[in-house]
Design a protein around this ligand. Structure first.
Ligand code: NAD
Length: 291
């Protein structure tokens, strides 16, 4: 039976730590960190994600003004809003909740976010810095995946890692972060032949596909660390990951549940990135060491 990697507990300890640092900064007379959250339209899933992010910010003491914009907003108006936040010195991080309505040029909006406030890490300059190994904001979900793996104590260096999924926001950056930690990395995807024979090689297996239960027990190497990024809504309204949790937990060494694995860690990492941005922008002796 595998050990459960408890993302909820780990994310709570990270948030508690940030809360202490924010509280120390405020006690030292500094302003609070600020994460501006922009949401366009009424997509219920986006509203629920945004709610989770704002309530985590409240918990740690980060101001999080929610800027609600109508579905009908024009590209130019949205860009103007982003530029206004870029120029506001009291804003440390800007998050634009995706997806944006079809008439909006989402790439242009993400490109417009100042690199120094791009706490989601989606601006191409941040992506380039990540791939070049330069200082950058590491995107939140991939950063959370690495923390979850590291929390097991299993050494990443020298291991065979397989990432299933090659999206820009999860699969590719997770693969890069594993490579940085000296894993031997394979990225599998929708055109991979005989996926099971690839995943069975993995000491560390990350599933980021968006297909409920597609990674079955027979696709997992006994003892592997299995990180399930998938969040899928099943026909009966339940949340399910990309991994068949029941079966996989008989084979894997460590496994993340859904919910309670990667999801809460993504939010904790958003708080971490915002606090990092804040600590870089404040001129205060001792604050750097707190980040
Ligand atoms: P995406 O749709 O952009 O990418 C999915 C990837 O899976 C693609 O690269 C595709 O090649 C691959 N794929 C599709 N079918 C496949 C198959 N049969 N075999 C192998 N590979 C296949 O998705 P995404 O944005 O990377 O998200 C993936 C999942 O992670 C979704 O369920 C999403 O909801 C979830 N997600 C969770 C969090 C979180 O915080 N936990 C964050 C982002 C995404």
């Amino acid at each position: 039976m595998s050990k459960i990697i408890d993302g909820k507990a780990l994310s709570m300890s990270i948030k508690e730590d940030i809360k202490d640092k924010v509280s120390a900064a405020v006690s030292a007379g500094l302003r609070r960190p600020c994460l501006a959250v922009l949401i366009v339209g009424d997509n219920p899933a986006s509203r629920s994600y945004v709610k989770g992010k704002v309530s985590a910010a409240e918990f740690v003491g980060i101001d999080s003004p929610l800027i609600e914009l109508p579905e009908s907003i024009s590209n130019e108006e949205l860009l103007a809003e982003v530029r206004r936040l870029n120029e506001d010195p009291s804003v440390d991080g800007i998050l634009v909740q995706l997806p944006l309505p079809g008439h909006i040029d989402a790439d242009a909006v993400l490109d417009a976010i100042a690199v120094s406030k791009d706490v989601d890490g989606f601006n191409p300059a941040n992506v380039a810095a990540l791939w070049l190994g330069r200082p950058c904001f590491v995107p939140c979900t991939p950063r959370g995946v690495i923390s979850l793996i590291e929390s097991t104590g299993v050494e990443i260096s020298g291991k065979t890692a397989v990432v299933v999924g090659r999206s820009n926001i999860v699969g590719k950056p997770v693969a890069k972060l594993l490579l940085d930690r000296n894993a031997t990395v394979t990225i599998a995807h929708s055109r991979t032949k005989d996926l099971a024979s690839v995943t069975r090689q993995a000491d560390i297996l990350v599933a980021a596909v968006g297909c409920p239960g597609m990674i079955s027990a027979d696709m997992i190497k006994p003892g592997a660390v299995v990180i399930d990024v998938g969040i899928n809504r099943t026909a009966d309204g339940r949340l399910a990951g990309d991994v068949d949790y029941e079966g996989a937990s008989e084979v894997a060494g460590y496994i993340t549940p859904v919910p309670g694995g990667v999801g809460p860690m993504t939010i904790a990492m958003l708080m971490e990135n915002t606090f990092e941005s804040y600590s870089h922008s404040m001129v205060a002796p001792g604050l750097e060491e707190m980040s």
